[in-house]
Design a protein around this ligand. Structure first.
Ligand code: NAP
Length: 248
C-alpha cells in the first residue's frame, strides 16, 4: 500500500522537471495520475508508456494552463476519464527574466498569466467537484523568490507571491468543506528552468544555501507527497519551503 493508494491526482506541467518527478512519485505511491504539458508531447508519451508498463494508471493531456477555456475542457475530460480528482497540483510555470528597465509588457503578461492565472483557472474548475466530495488537497507551486523577491525577476516574484496570497485565501474559503490548500516554495532546484541561468547567478544562489548544494526535483516531489497524502490532514494555508535552509 502506498501513501496515495486510491487517490487521483491532476498535475499541471508534468512533462519535465519538478512536475515529472511529482508524476513519478505519485504513481509509485499508488495514485492514479493525470498530467498536462504545453508542447512536450514526446516526453509526455515516454512517461505515460513507462509508468503504464510498470502497472500504474497514468494519462497525459496537452492543455495550456494559462487558458481558462482549456482548463474547463481539461477538468471535464479528466473527470470523464478518472471519475474524480482528489489532489490538484498547480505546478506549470515559466520564467522570462529581465531588469524592470528592460522588461517588456509581453514578458510581464506571459509570466503572470502562465504562473498565476493558471492557478486560478484550474482551481476554479476543480473546486465544485471537490466541494461536492467534501475532500481535496490543492498544492500550488510558488517559489522562495515569491517570499524574498529577486533582482531581474519582478514578474516571476510577483506571480509566485500572488500564488501565496491565493493559497491562503482558498484555504480560508473552503477549509470547512475539508479541502486543504497549501503552497510549496522551492529554492534552487536542478531542472531545465535553472540550467539556463548564468554561472554568476548560480554562484550567488549557492553562496546563500546552508546545505551548499542545489535541490533535486524529487526532493520537492517528496514534500508534495506529504501535502497530497493524509499525513498532512490538518495542514492548510501554509507555504512550505524546500530550499536547503536558504534564508528568505
Ligand atoms: P521546467 O523544467 O521548465 O518544466 C516546466 C513544466 O511546465 C513543463 O512540463 C512545461 O510543459 C510546463 N508548462 C509550462 N508552461 C505551461 C503551460 N502554459 N501550460 C501547461 N504546462 C506548462 O520547470 P521546473 O523547474 O520543473 O518548475 C516547475 C515549477 O516549479 C514552476 O512553477 C516553477 O516556477 C517552480 N519552481 C522551480 C524552481 C527551480 O529551481 N527549478 C524553483 C522554484 C519554483 P512543456 O514541457 O510542454 O513545456
Amino acid at each position: 500500500m502506498g501513501l496515495l493508494t486510491g487517490k487521483m491526482a491532476l498535475i499541471t506541467g508534468g512533462s519535465r522537471g519538478i512536475g515529472e518527478a511529482i508524476v513519478r512519485k505519485y504513481a509509485s505511491e499508488g495514485a492514479s495520475v493525470a498530467f498536462t504539458y504545453r508542447s512536450s508531447s514526446e516526453k509526455a508519451d515516454v512517461i505515460v508508456a513507462e509508468l503504464t508498463k510498470a502497472g500504474h494508471q497514468v494519462k497525459a493531456y496537452q492543455s495550456d494552463a494559462a487558458n481558462f477555456a482549456q482548463a474547463e475542457t481539461l477538468i471535464k475530460q479528466v473527470l470523464e476519464d478518472f471519475e474524480k480528482i482528489d489532489i490538484l497540483i498547480n505546478n506549470a510555470g515559466i520564467t522570462k527574466d529581465n531588469l524592470i528597465m528592460r522588461m517588456s509588457e509581453e514578458q510581464w503578461d506571459d509570466v503572470i498569466t502562465v504562473n498565476l492565472k493558471s492557478v486560478f483557472n484550474l482551481t476554479k474548475q476543480v473546486i465544485r467537484h471537490m466541494m461536492r466530495n467534501r475532500a481535496g488537497s490543492i498544492i500550488n507551486m510558488s517559489s522562495v523568490v515569491g517570499i524574498s523577491g529577486n533582482a531581474g525577476q519582478s514578474n516571476y516574484a510577483a506571480s509566485k507571491a500572488g500564488i501565496i496570497g491565493f493559497t491562503q485565501s482558498i484555504a480560508k474559503e473552503v477549509g470547512s468543506r475539508n479541502i486543504r490548500c497549501n503552497a510549496v516554495a522551492p529554492g534552487f532546484i536542478e531542472t531545465d528552468m535553472t540550467h539556463g541561468l548564468d554561472e554568476k547567478t548560480k554562484e550567488t544562489f549557492l553562496a546563500g544555501i546552508p546545505m551548499n548544494r542545489l535541490g533535486q526535483a524529487e526532493e520537492v516531489a517528496n514534500v508534495c507527497l506529504f501535502l497530497g497524502s493524509d499525513l498532512s490532514s490538518y495542514v492548510s494555508g501554509q507555504t512550505l519551503s524546500v530550499c536547503g535552509g536558504l534564508q528568505v
